[in-house]
Ligand binder design. Structure first.
Ligand code: ZN
Ligand code: ZN
Length: 236
């Protein structure tokens, strides 16, 4: 399965109004049919904040959303978030994506892999928040960790300690045990840096390189996403 977002503005009002989801999906379908001249919406499925899954092209049909030459390898699911408005995927969207994943595995001969559209294609899709979730192994929100939705890379991964609640950044230098904890784990991942509890230029530069490697926003600041990836991202 490859995961997508709309790439445009999604009205946050749809979170409280499933009719808004229906209208949005219909407008995307119209764009693909009337604008692109396709036979249907380009996605196999669409996942909305109410944990509902819309059937697009469905099982055993070629999607059109992954990019030329890339559609026969993966199904395509669209999460109803965008790059403006509703940007952070509500839990219902994540659950619905995973419901679609389970469906294509059970009925659609799909394998274990969950990727983002940007994997193998030059695009921002599916956006930073959704992509970071994919990279974490696409866990069920609030789950007990017993599921194994990912492609197997996630098995037995350590869990990140709780985010310290402040951003580790430079300048000015951020000092503390949380910095030391992050540096120690980065060193364990193979990065060359001093474990001195002081987040300065060296830590920032390593952080930037790590963020680029992970495909998340590269701002050189250790926030909740980068913190979690430091422990939970598969070693590359
Ligand atoms: Zn996409
Ligand atoms: Zn909905």
């Amino acid at each position: 399965m490859k995961v997508h977002y709309t790439g445009g503005l999604v009205n946050p009002g749809i979170v409280g109004d499933h009719n808004g989801c229906v209208s949005l999906v219909q407008s995307i379908q119209r764009g693909h049919q009337d604008g692109n001249g396709w036979l249907d919406i380009g996605y196999s499925f669409v996942a909305c904040p109410h944990q509902k899954v819309f059937e697009g092209r469905g099982l055993h049909h070629l999607p059109a959303a992954n990019g030329p030459g890339l559609n026969s390898g993966h199904y395509a699911v669209l999460g109803l978030v965008g790059n403006a408005g509703l940007v952070e995927p509500p839990d219902g969207v994540l659950h619905a994506i995973l419901d679609a994943v389970e469906y294509v595995r059970e009925r659609g001969d799909a394998g274990r892999e969950i990727k983002g559209h940007r994997d193998g294609y030059a695009t921002d899709c599916p956006g930073e928040p959704l992509y970071a979730w994919v990279r974490r192994g696409a866990p069920r929100p609030g789950g007990d960790g017993g599921g194994d939705p990912g492609d197997g890379e996630g098995g037995g991964e350590p869990e990140a300690p709780p985010f310290p609640g402040r951003l580790l950044r430079y300048p000015p230098v951020t000092r503390g045990d949380d910095v030391r904890t992050w540096q120690r784990q980065m060193k364990a991942r193979g990065w060359e840096l001093d474990v001195d509890g002081a987040y300065g230029a060296q830590s920032r530069d390593i952080c930037l390189r790590f963020q680029r490697q992970q495909g998340v926003e590269a701002d050189g600041v250790v926030g909740p996403v980068t913190w979690r990836l430091t422990w939970e991202a598969p070693l590359t």
